[in-house]
Design a binder for this molecule. Structure first.
Ligand SMILES: [Mg+2]
Length: 242
């Protein structure tokens, strides 16, 4: 998959803003992880916490982790650790810690918005759209930290016309959840645009709302993705040329 050039990305995002201004009340659906936020800094923070525990046992492994930049992390942290020479046992420990901490409120403050994400979400809101943050994060463990991180990053939240929609439980698969709940989002208006980093979700949105503008963020996605449907534009972030 290849992302649009910055010029074409700008044009496509401008079209979304035009379509919000032009039609009846529109809603824009934003996924969070891998879409509005780069969550690799969150993963790296956990790996560093793991490395703190190894410092005495294996200082070299600890040093290797501490020198990682978040941009070096792939979809699976275990693969990145393997590449920098961390041994199996420590990798398993790190992965265990990641599973325990990644999906919890307190660690979410490490997430960093994608380039242009805050400005674009604001522009959609100011153009008159309702915003629905639709995430596979779960309500019991991640709602409060998510609200906080949206607020602290400067995204419109806690305002009329903004919604934070989370999974009712940890176990439901994201795609199932999004397929089931998305039709409810039309309560807020016609779906003008959707943004997600998982091709399966993007395809589902494109099927449900053929009139909308649909975007796949080329950040990270789960292995073995389905082919992306025609009509889903691939972009790398939310930057717009001036
Ligand atoms: Mg995502």
């Amino acid at each position: 998959m290849e992302a649009l050039s910055l010029a074409l990305q700008t044009e496509a995002l401008r079209k979304v803003l035009h379509s919000i201004r032009a039609g009846e009340r529109g809603v824009v659906i934003f996924d969070l992880d891998g879409t509005l936020f780069d969550n690799r800094p969150r993963t790296l923070a956990i790996l560093n916490q793991a490395a703190d525990g190894w410092a005495a046992r294996d200082p070299e492994a600890a040093r290797a982790v501490r020198s990682l930049r978040f941009t070096e992390l792939g979809y699976l942290a275990s693969e990145t650790l393997e590449q920098v020479g961390v041994d199996r046992t420590l990798i398993e420990e790190a992965v265990q810690l990641w599973r325990e901490r990644f999906f919890t409120d307190d660690i979410l403050s490490h997430d960093v918005p994608l380039a242009g994400a805050v400005s674009f979400a604001k522009a959609c809101y100011e153009a008159g759209a309702n915003l629905a943050y639709l995430t596979g994060r779960d309500l019991p463990n991640m709602a409060l930290g998510t609200f906080r991180s949206l607020r602290d990053a400067g995204f419109p939240i806690g305002l009329p016309g903004t919604e934070l929609v989370l999974k009712p439980d940890f176990e439901t698969p994201d795609l199932t959840f999004k397929r089931d709940i998305t039709p409810e989002i039309t309560r807020l208006g016609r779906v003008a645009a959707t943004f997600d980093n998982e091709p399966g979700n993007c395809n589902a949105f494109a099927e449900m709302f053929p009139e909308g503008h649909h975007f796949m963020m080329l950040t990270q996605y789960a292995p073995n993705p389905p082919p992306l449907k025609d009509g889903v534009a691939v972009i790398q972030d939310f930057r717009m040329e001036s």
